[in-house]
Design a protein around this ligand. Structure first.
Ligand SMILES: Cc1ncc(C[n+]2csc(CCOP(=O)(O)OP(=O)(O)O)c2C)c(N)n1
Length: 391
C-alpha cells in the first residue's frame, strides 16, 4: 500500500483510493453483480441468486423495456417537431429502471428524478400523462397517490431528502399500527446528483434512523458533460460504507440482476434492516436531453463500447436461445407501433389550461395577493375587449 499520509482507517480506504485513482469506470466495472452477460448467457449465483426472477418472467421484462424504448423514441420525435418543449431521453437505462420497478410492491413509494419514465409506467402512470410536464401544460401530470410514484423533481437530489423523510414516516406509522403492510421508499438519482449535498444529508439521516429506504443511483456515466470519474475517486457504491450501510454495484444493463439486488434491498428495508445504496452501472446512450449535444464532450469510441452492452439485446439473445419465437417479437413490434400512435394522438389533443388555472392552483387555499393579481390580470384582459369593441 502506498504511504499517502492518510490516517489509518478501520477499512481499506487507502487501498481503495490507490486501486481506483484514476478509476476507469467505463471499461472494467469490477465487483459488479451480473446474471445475464451481454452474450445472453445466464449465470445466477452469489448472495442475490435467490432473488432472481423465474426465467418465464423474462418475456414480461423484455416487453416493458421494448415498449418504453419505443415511447422514448416517439417522445424524442414529438420534441423535434415542436410538440414538446424538451425531452429527457432514457435510452440505455431501460434495464436499470424496469428491473428496479419490478422489485417493488404496491405499498412502496418512489421518489424519482426526471428520467424515470420506465419506472413511472411500470407503476401505472399513463404514458401520455408523463409528457404533460414536457409539453409545458402542468407542473405535474399525474396524481402520486394513484401510483405511489411521486412527481418528477428537476432540482437535482432534492427528492432524496423527501424519500428519507417519507421513509421515516412509514417507519413510525408501522410502529403505531403493525397491521399496516411493511413498506419502503426508493429514491432515484444520477451519478451527478450524488455529488449534491442533499444526497449526503439524506444518507446520514437514513443511517441514523435506520430508515426503510433504497437509494437507487443510476450511474449513466455523465452529469450532462461532466464524467463520473471527475466526481468520485471510488466507485459510487463504495461511498455507502462511509455512512454505515451496504452499497451494491450491479450491472445496470442486466434487468435480472437489477431486479434481484433491488428486491433484496427492499425486503431488507421493509424488515427493519435499514438503507441500502444501489449503484446501477449503466450508460446514457442518448443525449442528456434534446437540448444537449454529446458530440461536444464525448468520443464516438466510448459510445461504441456500450453498444454491445445494450440492455435489450442481451435479453433478446436469451429469449431466442430458450425458445421464444418470432411471433412474440412481431407482436411486440405491433404493440409498440400502437403505443406510439396513441401517444402522438394524445399529445396533439392536449390543451393547455387557461391562465386562470395557474392562479387557482398556486396555493392550496385562497391567497389575498394572488386574488389581487388575478383581478389585475382580468382588468388587463377586459381592457383589450373594450378596445376591440371600440374599433
Ligand atoms: C440543484 C441543481 N443543480 C444543477 C442542476 C442542473 N442540472 C440538470 S441535470 C444535471 C446533471 C445531472 O446528472 P445526473 O445526476 O448524473 O443525472 P442524469 O441527468 O445523468 O440522469 C445538472 C447539473 C439542477 N437541475 N439542479
Amino acid at each position: 500500500m502506498a504511504t499517502s499520509g492518510l490516517p489509518a482507517a478501520e477499512f481499506d480506504a487507502e487501498e481503495q483510493f490507490d486501486a481506483h485513482h484514476p478509476p476507469d469506470l467505463t471499461r472494467d466495472p469490477a465487483g459488479m453483480v451480473q446474471f445475464l452477460s451481454p452474450d445472453g448467457e445466464l449465470k445466477v449465483s452469489g448472495p442475490y441468486g435467490g432473488y432472481a426472477p423465474a426465467e418465464g418472467e423474462l418475456e414480461v421484462l423484455y416487453r416493458d423495456m421494448y415498449l418504453i424504448r419505443r415511447f422514448d423514441q416517439e417522445a424524442t420525435a414529438l420534441q423535434r417537431q415542436g410538440e414538446l418543449a424538451l425531452w429527457v431521453q432514457l435510452r440505455g437505462q431501460e434495464a436499470a429502471q424496469v428491473g428496479s420497478a419490478y422489485a417493488m410492491l404496491p405499498q412502496d413509494y418512489v421518489f424519482p428524478t426526471y428520467r424515470e419514465h420506465a419506472v413511472a409506467v411500470a407503476r401505472g402512470v399513463a404514458p401520455a400523462d408523463l409528457l404533460k410536464l414536457f409539453r409545458g401544460i402542468t407542473n405535474g401530470g399525474w396524481n402520486p397517490k394513484d401510483s405511489n410514484f411521486h412527481l418528477y423533481t428537476l432540482v437535482l437530489a432534492a427528492q432524496s431528502l423527501h424519500a428519507v423523510g417519507y421513509a421515516m414516516g412509514m417507519q413510525r406509522d408501522q410502529a403505531a399500527d403493525p397491521a399496516l403492510p411493511k413498506a419502503a421508499t426508493v429514491a432515484y438519482f444520477g451519478d451527478g446528483a450524488s455529488s449534491e449535498g442533499d444526497v449526503h444529508e439524506s444518507m446520514v439521516f437514513a443511517a441514523s434512523f435506520n430508515a426503510p429506504v433504497v437509494f437507487f443511483c443510476q450511474n449513466n456515466h455523465w452529469a450532462i458533460s461532466v464524467p463520473t470519474e471527475v466526481q468520485s475517486r471510488v466507485p459510487l457504491a463504495h461511498r455507502a460504507r462511509g455512512y454505515g450501510f451496504p452499497g451494491i454495484r450491479v450491472d445496470g444493463n442486466d434487468v435480472l440482476a437489477v431486479r434481484a439486488v433491488t428486491r433484496w434491498a427492499l425486503e431488507r428495508a421493509r424488515n427493519g434492516g435499514g438503507p441500502t445504496l444501489i449503484e446501477a452501472f449503466t450508460y446514457r446512450m442518448s443525449a442528456h436531453t434534446t437540448a444537449d449535444d454529446p458530440t461536444k464532450y464525448r468520443l464516438p469510441a466510448d459510445e461504441e463500447l456500450w453498444v454491445p452492452r445494450d440492455p435489450l439485446i442481451r435479453v433478446e439473445r436469451r429469449l431466442r436461445a430458450t425458445g421464444t419465437g418470432d411471433d412474440f417479437f412481431a407482436d411486440l413490434e405491433q404493440e409498440a407501433a400502437v403505443l406510439a400512435r396513441e401517444l402522438r394522438a394524445d399529445v396533439l389533443a392536449m390543451e393547455a389550461p387557461g391562465l386562470e388555472h395557474r392562479f387557482a392552483t398556486t396555493y392550496a387555499e385562497a391567497h389575498p395577493l394572488i386574488q389581487e393579481e388575478l383581478q389585475a390580470w382580468k382588468d388587463y384582459e377586459a381592457g383589450f375587449a373594450r378596445e376591440e369593441g371600440l374599433s
